[in-house]
Ligand binder design. Structure first.
Ligand code: PRP
Ligand code: HPA
Length: 184
């Protein structure tokens, strides 16, 4: 369902800004330093998990000043809802990852079911190593067993977030700052 414009505007006007644009950019700088130290000689394929990973990748990739290939996959389980359901693979990776170092970039590690399925897929496909970079790791104890990220920009409280790739009812992926929906 598409929101009426006033409603979409009210959502952001009433939200709580948890991390400013400057804080997000500083977090991306830190992630890039760590990733460069670990991966500059690894010749990785870096996959953006669409749609949420789009903004993070757009800012992170130019900070990785070493040779790498770029691709994407699309897996979704929240759609326009605030709780996740069954994972729907819309686009699986198209190229061979056999023997390669694979880096997965996403906006958020929440309950971890999306990443669990992606990690399983990459290992089945013969990736030599899989590293995970997320801007946000949400703080709670409902994580899928064994799912962690190697590079994390910000630890954020357990609220429903939007901005920097994350949507609320399909809107507001297009900010750099991170917001929490009022009352959620
Ligand atoms: O850790 P989890 O609880 O599995 O949630 C994290 C996933 O949820 C979001 O994707 P979503 O399903 O909303 O798809 P979208 O990015 O296309 O909106 C986000 O971009 C992550 O990929
Ligand atoms: O808090 C969230 N906000 C938006 N999308 C999400 N996908 C998982 N968790 C979230």
């Amino acid at each position: 369902m598409t929101l009426e414009l006033p409603e979409a505007q009210t959502i952001i006007d009433n939200s709580d800004c948890l991390h400013s644009e400057a804080e997000v950019l500083a977090a991306l700088d830190r992630m890039a330093v760590e990733m460069t130290a670990d991966l500059q000689y690894a010749n990785p394929i870096v996959y953006t998990v669409m749609n949420g990973g789009l903004i993070v990748s757009g800012h992170l990739l130019p900070r990785l000043r070493f040779p790498l290939e770029v691709s994407y996959m699309h897996a979704t389980r929240y759609r326009k809802e605030t709780s996740g359901g069954v994972l729907d693979w819309k686009v699986k990776p198209q190229e061979s990852m056999k023997g390669r170092v694979v880096v997965i970039v996403d906006d958020i590690l929440d309950e971890g079911h999306t990443l669990a399925a992606i990690l399983e897929y990459c290992r089945e496909q013969g990736a030599k190593e899989v590293r995970v970079a997320v801007l946000i790791d949400k703080k709670h104890d409902r994580k899928a067993v064994g799912v962690t990220a190697d590079y994390v920009g910000l630890q954020v409280e357990d609220r429903f977030l939007f901005g920097c790739g994350m949507d609320y009812q399909g809107y507001w992926r297009n900010t750099l700052a991170i917001y929490a929906v009022h009352g959620m």
